[in-house]
Write a protein that binds this ligand. Structure first.
Ligand code: GLY
Length: 341
């Protein structure tokens, strides 16, 4: 098979790249995915566009995250027009709460560096938090409100990106695993897959946690999986319309009434099993924020693998020493956030 652009990996990053290449008419675009489209980290994610809740200081990475977040309203509108799929961009904002003196100290530091960097953030007293969100634990000490930390329904985003990519002429092949890359005169010219050879003018590696399994690439960059588990409630009454963080995790209200609570962080290889230990940690995180969840059942749970390149920032570059392979991987906690950029 021959193509102009070969994209390896059908998660949110590979799909966003494929869609844009297709829409810009950059030639024939082929995306190959070892399993099914969007069924790994992109499926397990919470969909928070948590620029201010999940970055720790100002600088280039914060600016890149902010830029990508700002692209979401237009992306949501375009995807709805192109595919009829609403990715449920929810712009109610995010609350970050403190429940201990140590939490208060961290929150104060976060407020200081964010105001210093000109970010939109409000410091709330406990009374202000509770008047806005009466179901939150009354032992709350205070909070920060980030009006521009939004969320999307990541599973709809995957569906919409894939539909838009296909409508733009992208060929998506599922169940196709890369065994090695093909090099000619030191330049990468394609991939050997379990379905045969695919030659391309440009090859993009966007295989998330599996990127370092491409033979040879692990010598360039070690991208490892960091497991995150999530639990789900369907509370009998709606608890909030905002994403709520504490230092121990987060709660995400979905339009369909579910409340997702995440997430653990473990270096345990490619193990995606759910565990009783994680279940207990997440339940404690959930009930610290909303004590009424103590009496609610957990209706679903899952684990996913964040691709971690040893630093919060992803690797987005053409690797000259590896035949010009274009890499877009290691997005760690921010794949959904960074997909538009
Ligand atoms: N960005 C949320 C997480 O990785 O848990």
């Amino acid at each position: 098979m021959n193509t102009d652009i070969l994209i390896i990996g059908g998660g949110v990053i590979g799909l966003a790249i494929a869609r844009l290449c297709g829409r810009r008419g950059l030639g024939e675009v082929t995306l190959i995915e070892r399993g099914r489209i969007g069924m790994e980290a992109s499926h397990a994610a919470g969909g928070m566009l948590a620029v201010q809740a999940e970055t720790e200081h100002g600088g280039g990475f914060l600016d890149f995250c902010t830029h990508s977040r700002n692209l979401y309203p237009e992306l949501a509108e375009s995807l709805r027009e192109e595919t009829g799929i609403d990715i449920q961009l929810e712009q109610s904002g995010t609350l970050f709460l403190s429940f201990s003196e140590d939490d208060v100290r961290k929150l104060t530091e976060r407020y200081a560096w964010q105001t210093h960097n000109g970010l939109n953030v409000s410091l709330l007293s406990a009374a202000e938090v509770l008047s806005r969100e009466p179901r939150i634990n009354p032992t709350v000490k205070g909070g920060l409100f980030f009006p521009q930390d939004w969320q999307v329904e990541n599973r709809r985003l995957i569906e919409a990106l894939a539909a838009s990519a296909v409508a733009s002429g992208v060929k998506i092949i599922e169940g196709c695993e890369v065994e090695s890359l093909i090099f000619e005169n030191s330049a990468v010219t394609g991939a050997m897959t379990d379905s045969g050879r695919c030659f391309a003018k440009s090859v993009v590696l966007a295989a998330g946690s599996w990127s370092s399994m491409i033979p040879g690439f692990e010598m360039q960059s070690q991208i490892m999986p960091v497991k995150g588990e999530m639990i789900v409630y369907t509370p009998t009454t709606k608890l909030t319309d905002k994403v709520i963080y504490s230092e121990r995790g987060y709660a995400i209200p979905r339009i369909d009434g579910r409340l997702l609570v995440g997430a653990t962080s473990e270096l345990v290889g490619f193990d995606k099993s759910t565990t009783d230990a994680a279940h207990a940690i997440l339940k404690a995180t959930a009930t610290e924020i909303f004590p009424c969840l103590e009496h609610e059942s957990i209706v679903d749970r899952w684990a996913g693998l964040r691709p971690f390149a040893g630093r919060p920032e992803p690797i987005i570059t053409a690797v000259d020493s590896f035949g010009g392979l274009i890499v877009a991987s290691g997005h760690y906690r921010n794949g959904v956030l960074l997909a538009p950029a």
